[in-house]
Design a protein around this ligand. Structure first.
Ligand code: SAM
Length: 217
């Protein structure tokens, strides 16, 4: 099938390492490239492609028809309408970290499911939510697409919270020695630099941001 871009390809490769899945749900699937790829590549024999809007679901159906696979399509806000599906893998990609955290919060704890999360912004909010709400981040991978860095997190609900440093919220705990992570780190550094200017202008404490700036050099 059509090659996925690096961002979704990284999610797919991460999924592949945990095969076999009974079923994979893709929340906010838009074109359903991931749900279709998962079935085409035998990562799961079944996938559920869901979106909050009709237009993306129609686009997804067109993708599935084109590639001759039949994922389920469900109009749903987050996991709200997915109660009938016995999925053990779920992807939430291409949305802000706050929205991803909100979707997970509303879904509640599901220890039997492995989550593949690709936040476009607010990665710190997502990691904070996961570590403070009983999820373990078991792996993070990094890639770049059209010059922009992306991180993909794999998380499972264990019921145990995780201790973290301020810098972990922005850089994660894995920090591989790769050029993709270097690019991710450079973006974090430049955002931290801007945050420091804002704090300094308001006369606020910059100790945490200073520590992050040091970690992301
Ligand atoms: C930018 S697209 C990302 C598509 C694909 N997941 C990707 O990573 O390329 C975001 C999609 O999420 C959908 N979406 C936004 N909020 C949602 C929610 N609460 N529940 C389900 N889908 C949602 C949007 O309609 C849109 O199709």
């Amino acid at each position: 099938m059509r090659a996925l871009g690096n961002r979704l390809q990284t999610v797919a490769e991460m999924l592949r390492t945990y095969t076999p899945f009974r079923c994979v749900a893709d929340i906010g699937s838009d074109h359903a490239y991931l749900a279709v790829y998962v079935m085409k590549e035998g990562i799961a024999s079944l996938s559920v492609s869901s979106d909050i809007n009709e237009g993306p679901l129609e686009r997804g159906q067109a993708t599935a028809e084109k590639y001759g696979v039949r994922p389920h399509f469900v109009l749903s806000d987050g996991f709200d309408k997915l109660g009938d599906f016995d999925f053990d893998g779920a992807c939430i990609c291409g949305m802000g970290g706050e929205l991803i955290a909100d979707i997970l919060r509303r879904y509640g704890p599901h220890p039997g499911c492995r989550f593949f999360l690709q936040p476009m912004t607010a990665q710190d909010d997502l990691r904070k939510f996961l570590w403070e709400n009983g999820y373990e981040i078991t792996e993070e991978r990094y890639t770049t697409e059209r010059g922009k860095p992306y991180g993909v997190l794999c998380a499972v609900y264990t019921g145990e919270n995780t201790l973290y440093e301020y810098s972990d919220l922005f850089l994660g705990k894995f920090r591989p020695d790769t050029k993709e992570f270097a690019s991710y780190k450079a973006k974090v550094h430049s955002q931290a630099f801007k945050r420091k200017s804002g704090l300094t202008a308001c006369g606020l404490d910059t100790a945490e941001v200073d520590a992050l700036l040091k970690c992301s050099e």
